[in-house]
Design a protein around this ligand. Sequence first.
Ligand code: ADP
Length: 463
Amino acid sequence: MPEPSEHSLATGRRFDTVLIANRGEIAARIQRACRELGLKTVAICSEADRQAPYINTADSFLCIGPSIAGKSYLNPDAILLAARLTGAGAIHPGYGFLSENAAFADAVEKAGLIFIGPPASSIAIMGDKIAAKRAMMAAGVPCVPGPDTALPDDPASVERIAFEIGYPVIVKAAGGGGGRGMRVVAKAEQLHEAIALTREEARKAFGSPSLYMEKFLQHPRHIEIQVICDDHGNAVWLGHRDCSMQRRHQKVVEEAPALGIAPEIIQPVGMACVEACRQIGYRGVGTFEFLYEVGAFYFIEMNTRLQVEHPVTEMTSGVDIVRAQIKAAEGQVLELTQDGVTCDGHSFECRINAEDPDTFLPSAGVITRLALPEGPGIRVDTHIDAGYKVSPYYDSLIAKLIVHAPTRAQAMARMCEALAGTEIEGIATNIPFLRALFEDHAFARGETDIHYLEQWLKLRRVA
Ligand code: ADP
């Protein structure tokens, strides 16, 4: 266990230096929050990220490995060694990479450091979708119809379960993630083959053949609830976001609040999320993801980390979610109470990706010119500048364009303006595609579900 530094002894804080175990826009975002809190920062990078601007603005930095993520950002030993060498007292995992890896969270704590996230036990429960569903049902969170137990091997029992749920059903891997390891079954004749295929896939991809089954919802929206909890039993929810605009299960545009959700419908769901957090001893920030169909919410999973789309909730609630997350890890009492949470206006986020706007193939290269939009209600979270080299090794997200305005229509207009004012040369980006989307009438009216974007893209290709 490292000795507490002079600073932590003097201030009584649990740590004074945070190692940010991530890259890109979120590394820059976390660094800003740490500085505001008077914390020192350590940036880590792979060979490919040596020139990233946030490397120079950290108090110290270490290159921890080659460009390939498996040998750098996904290497727990290298990250822990970097923390030891730089005297960091806490590790912020960001999103992706090791952020939802219970073994990593455990290793960080065992090394005597603070993991800026929930306890490893909470990550483990939520990483097993059956355990997660069981915990949610126990806390009164509404779930998709279907048992909270693994599918048995016996064919007759499986048939009975599917019949009781009612077709179509979806077979999902307990250890699944990233939109993989699930299969829709439209009718009884397809059931056994679908189970055999998904089981084999689950065994190979997730190391566990455990499956479960639930009702397949045909036209849901994706709505999620942001929570923040401290170590003292306090927890609040910060309203909701709609992330239905997805391509291949990847979110492209997010907004807060979700349109047309009556307060009396969402209120009990938010309170149940908070109760679930208390029951599993959750700490820090997290997101409950739901499918929403015909006025009802159905829990699908909890993300036990900061999310890419957290800024839309920051814009509407006025709460700095990263700051709150770090303070929770410091053991501080939550500054907020549920009555103090108010959400105003409307916010959109567009994910600006380095990719071809038609084929969506990643586009690597040097950014030769960059102009970013400015003005009231416009925020850009990014790590790029002119001369930045977009590497082919990682996710193609290069910036997040976020707007806030009093109404949804005004926020849409502001996003159109912000997109028009964003000029990135040298690489291809999805900006033309986003501009077209923000001119779509059905999107403007909020007549969308999780399949809308894929269908819209198909129609565009034909036209
Ligand atoms: P992952 O962890 O792989 O992201 P999720 O359980 O969050 O898996 O599901 C990913 C996506 O699959 C959802 O956003 C939704 O589009 C679809 N999906 C999952 N469960 C259902 C369901 N019961 N009915 C309809 N669609 C579903």
